[in-house]
Design a protein around this ligand. Structure first.
Ligand code: GLC
Ligand code: CA
Length: 594
């Protein structure tokens, strides 16, 4: 890492609030600095920094090349030092891994490859001790085809009550060989699979919006609702602070399973964002609210309509949802600014905090994406072999981090983002597991490139991912150039991405202005400039030329070296204005003049 960082006023030390031993209630509530913020008692999720752990690729404790809970436990201190408030764990349940664990066979047990339920309980408790809350991933739209319910449905045959929990339908055409409708799968290919009857004849079809190994549940069935509410209680009883709801807009289907109309009326799409979903989430909220301390619901909602999106965040539904609108924007000032405005406008009426997300386990790593010619993200546009200028991408990813972390709301960090890892685009073909790759016929590179095991230390793979004594290789091969991107290497260099994230999160935690009002400041078109609270200013230069930083401000953090008072292209700075220059002042200069 060669980029320099000016950390003139940055508070580098871990804040004292977290060094104090956190207090815990019987339910496992954590007390951290967020709980003590004035006016915000225990509404910790409104400003939280939430770190996403993809368990399989975080750290391997037992040396089989697969990440596990022992590995996470051994690295909790790293996450505490980074300055995160909560960890969201992608599914850790028993699963045949047809879709990286989003095919759950038992929602109440940990996959043996990861550990045991007892170990998960220990992990939750140890994280609490460090002031870190735990969020688990709930997958309600579908189960694994190995789940006892689906196995029972197959065995019981057509028309049975067991099948009523899913979407079994006879095929069309004289011999039933045509699919019941022409919906599309989210993972390429067809969303229906034909079964074979117990007597060997071709049988009914079942619906799966993802892979055939992920049959969709029928949310009109009372068992399905009761089961999931019980699963929520199961994890809340174990002290988790919240749940992330997978594919949250897809659960309810029109029972007639009609073809998808060209322009469905809002709430009338046969399988997405149906009005009936709100009733389900109101019941979930009641379950969460039945606990004396706060348990939160976070939705994975990919919805283009912002008003429809915000309906899920009404006070008696979900607490927050991922802001994919922001995540997919190209590296362009106008697009980002519009997205920020849309986001804030959509959240305000329901009084829900926005979330700011740059990446997750489903999308191209930002360092790679921002170095490509098309810097926006869309699943359908992912193509193997797309070139990327990683140096440029890394500069932009650093600036994007300062942008996202300065906006009002909570912040998500996907493991490895803080190291500036790039997407691994040359995985050996035999290692690729993602069904998106296989079901696309190989045109979609799939999501394994952002799921490669983390590099912790050392100069060659497995980079400390597995214990040193291990000979097993990581389940996905790590690139050799990650030797410069290990936690160990980056910890030595305050100018590294990790150094930037640590400083950024420390300031975010300490500076009360970052809980204050958001206001745009006048700026040139290629520049984003805004104030938070009385004195905090964030400036992001997305133009091709350097921009002058305002006089009378002190620099607290920058994503790139600053020469004189010029902020280079593809860089961001956090500043403090002098008390006289508060955002309300008249006559303030526009940021961006050369
Ligand atoms: C969500 C998950 C993704 C998974 C899909 C199906 O989008 O983030 O990883 O493949 O749901 O469960
Ligand atoms: Ca392991």
């Amino acid at each position: 890492m060669t980029d320099g960082v000016l950390g003139i006023n940055a508070t580098l030390a871990r804040p004292t609030t977290l060094e104090a031993v956190p207090s815990r209630s019987a339910q496992g509530e954590v007390s951290s600095h967020l709980d003590r913020a004035p006016g915000r008692p225990s509404e910790w999720w409104r400003r939280a920094v939430i770190y996403q752990v993809y368990v399989r690729s975080f750290a391997d404790g037992n040396g089989d090349g697969i990440g596990d809970l022992a590995g996470v436990r051994s690295r909790l201190r790293y996450l505490a030092d980074l300055g995160v408030d909560a960890i969201w764990f992608t599914p850790w349940y028993v699963s045949p891994l047809a879709d990286g664990g989003y095919d759950v066979a038992d929602y109440r047990a940990i996959d043996p490859a990861f550990g045991s339920l007892e170990e998960a309980e220990r992990l939750i408790a140890e994280a609490h001790q460090l002031g870190i809350r735990t969020i688990v991933d709930i997958v309600p739209n579908h189960v694994s085809d190995q789940h006892p319910w689906f196995q029972a449905a197959l065995a019981a045959g057509p028309g049975s009550p067991e099948r009523a929990r899913f979407w079994f339908r006879p095929g069309k055409g004289p011999d039933g060989s045509e699919m019941p409708n022409h919906w599309t799968s989210n993972f390429w290919g067809e969303p229906w699979t034909r079964t074979t009857n117990p007597d060997g004849t071709p049988g009914d079809w079942y619906l799966h919006l993802f892979t055939p190994e992920q049959p969709d549940l029928n949310w009109g069935h009372p068992d399905v609702r009761a089961e999931h509410e019980d699963v929520l209680r199961f994890w809340f009883d174990r002290g988790v602070a919240g749940v992330r709801i997978d594919s949250a807009a897809l659960l309810v289907k029109d029972p007639a399973l009609p073809e998808i109309p060209e322009n469905p009326a809002p709430g009338q799409h046969p399988n997405t964002d149906r009005d009936e979903l709100h009733d389900i989430y109101r019941s979930w909220r009641a379950v969460a609210d039945s606990y004396p301390d706060r348990r939160i619901l976070v939705g994975e909602l990919w919805l283009p309509d912002h008003e429809r999106f915000a309906k899920y965040l009404r006070p008696d539904e979900l607490h927050t949802a991922f802001n994919f609108d922001f995540m997919v924007q190209p590296w362009n000032a106008a697009s980002l600014r519009e997205s920020i405005d849309r986001t804030l406008a959509a959240h305000a009426p329901v009084n829900a905090p926005a979330t700011w997300v740059l990446s997750n386990h489903d999308v191209t790593r930002p360092v790679t994406r921002y170095g490509q010619e098309d810097t926006s993200f869309a699943f359908v546009n992912k193509r193997a072999g797309t070139p990327s200028d990683l140096e440029k991408g890394r500069r932009r990813a650093r600036a994007a981090a300062l942008l996202a972390a300065a906006l009002p709301g909570s912040l998500y960090i996907y493991q490895g983002e803080e190291l500036g890892l790039d997407e691994v685009t040359d995985l050996p073909a035999h290692q690729i597991q993602d069904p998106m790759h296989h079901r696309s016929g190989g045109t979609d590179p799939g999501r394994d490139g952002c799921r490669v095991p983390l590099p912790w230390s050392g100069t060659c793979p497995p980079f400390g991912f597995s214990p040193d004594s291990t000979s097993a290789e990581p389940w996905l091969s790590q690139p050799r150039h990650w030797a410069n991107l290990t936690v160990e290497a980056e910890s030595r260099d305050p100018g590294s991405m990790l150094g930037l994230y640590r400083q950024m999160l420390a300031i975010r935690r300490e500076d009360p202005d970052l809980g204050g009002e958001f206001a745009w400041l006048p700026s040139d078109p290629g520049v984003l400039a805004f104030a938070r609270g009385d004195r905090f200013i964030c400036i992001v230069n997305l133009s091709a030329a350097p921009v002058r930083l305002p006089a009378g401000c002190s620099l607290s953090l920058a994503s790139a070296a600053i020469s004189g008072d010029l902020l280079p292209p593809d860089a961001a700075a956090w500043l403090h204005s002098e008390p006289a220059q508060t955002p309300g002042d008249a006559g303030r200069p526009a940021y961006g003049g050369k």
